[in-house]
Structures are given as structure tokens and as C-alpha cells.
Design a protein around this ligand. Structure first.
Ligand SMILES: [Zn+2]
Length: 463
């Protein structure tokens, strides 16, 4: 057999592949930040109120990572309450076109003393000055990604975890009637740790960025205050920089804090700072005991699914409710929507579920999800994902409300603010989905997440 033509072809292929690759080996990282605080007079949420000033500034921050095989990801932390799928899709497309970064993960810290991000030219609140702030913020985020990418330099990565809890589970069950109500449930599930990823510059030997994640609603700053604030995540980043140096960019990612409230709820700005200081101290401890990630390449995988909404109430119940609520325009609007769907024989719209995973071999995985995910999902990922260490974000790349676990969804009308449905007015009945996700959402979510992970243990170890 003449092997020469085959050998020649083989050499050509190898040469062309090598030519297409970036010229460096190993991991490179860059980080950048910009202030995005709305000016006084703009609406902050939640609850909605006009801001009268700034307690502490809001930032857009980015950790950009790339490897020698052409993989790249921009991990963006925003001191903002939320961003719609429309806004995130548009922004990620702009970043792809203007910065050449295919994968961008936009995490919203969910601070309730900040603002929401909308698509260009429009915000949730249609008011001219807000839309100008919104467009400026979109530009700032693009600039932050471009800046982080431009500064990319060789790094080594390390990851760690330390115990800490700045909040508690907020769902309690009324023993008399089985209804879930909101309070401080110290025994309920929570994510009792902070995860960190540190990028150390090979050139200086010093950290250039710290990515850290914890799961809790930033709701310690009082809703009666008219001052904009990043709440505890802002204070945590500040503490990390006090110790590691002000040049270190600290990127916060909100975890699955859908059913966790920062503690004490809506108290004072000082208490938010104390909680942040404590989280920052725990992150520093996690950094001190962090371990090197040896993988010199990584993979980014994405998956999209739909989470069906809970079934609509029957005609009889609807008629009863319309009679009961006839003097309440907000509720009647939702009941009319339900009536229209029932007439057309249609179901309420599903929720979009986009999951992403950034995977360094079997050593480390960042999993991201949209929405306000219940903490049980983060705990499940940590237990089931085939990686030595995990970090998990919710509130990423889009938002359509709370995603409970099936155990809560099964409670039906008794499911409380995050999971309840008619005849009780849980928060999700007021959305375009007219109720929470249907029972069974948990399996769809877990199957989608598992589809991102390596399946074959031997092959994945070689990656
Ligand atoms: Zn929330």
C-alpha cells in the first residue's frame, strides 16, 4: 500500500489547523470595569421609587477568558436587578459583532436598589431619561468586554470555596392550612458558601481578577431609601479590593438565590455593608485556600429548552374570580387574558430556559441559568455535576420570573409568592405566563443541565 498521498494530505491538514489557531498556549485573561450608576431622579427598583442620590455606585465588570485553541468567554457581572431576554440577546449579538466574543454571560446581581436593563431605546419604564441611561449602560457593557479582551494576558487560574451565608431561605409553611408564606426559615435549604475563581497574572504573579458567587437576594438595603446601592455584593467586592489591591477587578455572580433573602430584610444600608464585608472576608478565605486549575483549554456549551407554564384555571373558577375581583383592574386584566386563552383553547406561554457551561476538564465548571432559580438547583448541580469544583449563576442572559422546584410547584394554589397559582395571587400570576411553571419543570431543567456535561469519563479527562 502506498502511504505517501495519505501522509501528504495529513500534513497539509495539520498545517492549516495550526495556522488557524491563536499563537499562544495556555489560558489568557483580562478584566475591566465601568461605573453605570443612574443619575439621581431616575427610577430605581424594587419597589419602584425615584432615586434622590447614590449610596454606593453600580458597576459593569467583566472577566474575559481565552485559551490557545480559540475558545473564549466574557463573564460579565452587573449591579442591576434584572435584564430581559430581549435586552440580553441584543447585547450579546452586539458584543459578538463589535468585540468578536462569541460567548457572553451577563449576570445580574439582582440588587433591589438598582435598575433593570432593557433593549436599546427602551426600558421597562418608558421615560426618556431612563432610556438614555439604558443605552449608555449597554455601551458601557460593550466597552467593558472590549477592554477586558484587549488586556488579556497569560494567567494561571485557581478556584476555591469557603463557608458563608448572608441570607436565609424565605419560604415557611403555615401549619394550619399548608400555605407557604414569606419569612425567615433558618432551617430551609440555602447555599452556605462562596465560590471563587482567581486569575493570577503570569507576568506579575499577582491576581488581576476575582470572580466570586453567592446565592441570596440583595434586599438588605431598605426599600424606603431613595439612594441607589449595589447592596451586599458591592460591599463584598470592596472588601476584597481593600485586601488584594484596588487594581484587582472583582466580578460578582448571583447564584440560585430565588428563594433566599439577604438578612436582615430591608433594614439599613449599614447592615447591607456588614453582610457584604462578611461575604468579602469569606471570599478572601476561599482565595487563600484555593487550588490551581491545571487544564490549559476549556469548553463552552449551551442548550435551550422551554418550561411549560402551569395549566390555567377552569371556566368555573375563572367566573368566580372575575366576580370577586371586578373592582381590581390589575387582577381583572390577568383574568381577561386567561379568559381569552381559554376561548381560543390555548395554553399560557412557556418560559425560555437557556443554560451555559464553561468547563475546564473535570476540574471546574461554571453553570449559568436565567431567571430566579430556587437554591435547590445549585445544590443539585454541586452534588451531581461531574467536576471537582462548581460555580453556579442564575439571573444570567435573560429573565422571566421565579423557577421553583417541583415540590413547591406541586402545592398549586398553596405554593406562595414564587410558586403559587390561582385562586391565590402568587407573584407569577401577574406575569404573561399567568402562573408559575408546570410541575415537571424540574426534570426538564436537570436534563438540560446534564446534557452540557461530559458523559464519557475517560474522554472528558483527556480534554
Ligand atoms: Zn427576586
Amino acid at each position: 500500500m502506498n502511504v505517501r498521498p495519505f501522509l501528504f494530505l495529513h500534513l497539509c491538514l495539520c498545517t492549516s489547523v495550526i495556522a488557524a489557531l491563536p499563537s499562544h498556549k495556555g489560558i489568557r485573561a483580562g478584566a475591566a470595569e465601568r461605573e453605570i450608576t443612574p443619575t439621581a431622579g431616575l427610577e430605581i427598583q424594587h419597589y419602584f421609587r425615584k432615586s434622590s442620590g447614590v449610596r454606593d455606585p453600580l458597576f459593569a465588570r467583566c472577566l474575559y477568558l481565552e485559551d490557545g485553541a480559540g475558545n473564549a468567554v466574557a463573564i460579565v457581572g452587573l449591579d442591576l436587578i434584572m435584564g430581559s431576554f430581549e435586552a440580553c440577546d441584543q447585547l450579546r449579538t452586539e458584543i459578538r459583532e463589535k468585540c468578536g466574543v462569541t460567548h457572553t454571560l451577563l449576570n445580574f446581581s439582582h440588587s433591589h436598589a438598582s435598575a433593570a436593563l432593557g433593549p436599546r431605546g427602551r426600558t421597562r419604564i418608558s421615560n426618556d431619561s431612563d432610556s438614555r441611561w439604558n443605552d449608555r449602560t449597554l455601551d458601557a457593557i460593550i466597552a467593558v468586554v472590549a477592554g477586558a479582551r484587549k488586556q488579556a494576558e497569560p494567567v494561571s487560574l485557581r478556584a476555591g470555596r469557603a463557608g458563608v451565608q448572608v441570607g436565609f431561605n424565605r419560604r415557611l409553611v403555615n401549619a394550619d392550612n399548608g400555605h407557604v408564606f414569606m419569612g425567615v426559615n433558618r432551617k430551609g435549604p440555602a447555599v452556605p458558601w462562596v465560590n471563587v475563581l482567581v486569575a493570577d497574572s503570569t507576568r506579575t504573579g499577582k491576581p488581576l481578577a476575582v470572580l466570586f458567587e453567592h446565592a441570596a437576594h440583595p434586599v438588605i438595603a431598605p426599600h424606603t431609601s431613595k439612594l441607589t446601592s449595589a447592596d451586599f455584593p458591592g460591599a463584598a467586592g470592596k472588601r476584597i479590593r481593600e485586601v488584594l489591591g484596588k487594581d484587582v477587578i472583582t466580578v460578582f455572580g448571583q447564584g440560585c438565590g430565588g428563594n433566599i433573602n439577604g438578612f436582615p430584610l430591608r433594614s439599613t444600608h449599614e447592615r447591607a455593608e456588614e453582610a457584604g464585608h462578611r461575604l468579602g472576608e469569606a471570599a478572601l478565605k476561599a482565595i487563600r485556600k484555593s487550588e490551581a486549575i491545571k487544564a490549559q483549554t476549556f469548553r463552552v456549551k449551551s442548550a435551550r429548552e422551554e418550561l411549560p407554564s402551569a395549566p390555567l384555571p377552569g371556566r368555573e373558577l375563572l367566573a368566580e374570580m372575575m366576580d370577586l375581583e371586578k373592582d381590581n383592574p390589575g387582577r381583572m386584566k390577568q383574568l381577561h387574558r386567561i379568559q381569552d386563552l381559554l376561548k381560543r383553547g390555548e395554553k399560557p406561554p412557556a418560559r425560555r430556559f437557556d443554560a451555559h457551561a464553561v468547563m475546564f476538564g473535570r476540574e471546574w465548571c461554571l453553570t449559568t441559568m436565567p431567571h430566579e432559580m430556587f437554591c435547590q438547583y445549585e445544590l443539585w448541580i454541586d452534588e451531581q455535576a461531574p467536576f471537582k469544583r462548581t460555580m453556579t449563576f442564575a439571573f444570567t442572559n435573560g429573565y422571566q420570573g421565579y423557577i421553583a422546584v417541583d415540590q413547591a410547584l406541586t402545592l398549586g394554589a398553596k405554593g406562595g409568592y414564587e410558586a403559587g397559582r390561582l385562586p391565590n395571587w402568587g407573584g407569577q400570576v401577574y406575569t404573561k405566563h399567568l402562573g408559575p411553571p408546570a410541575v415537571g419543570a424540574e426534570k426538564i431543567i436537570k436534563d438540560t443541565l446534564a446534557s452540557l456535561w461530559p458523559r464519557d469519563p475517560e474522554n472528558s479527562l483527556k480534554e
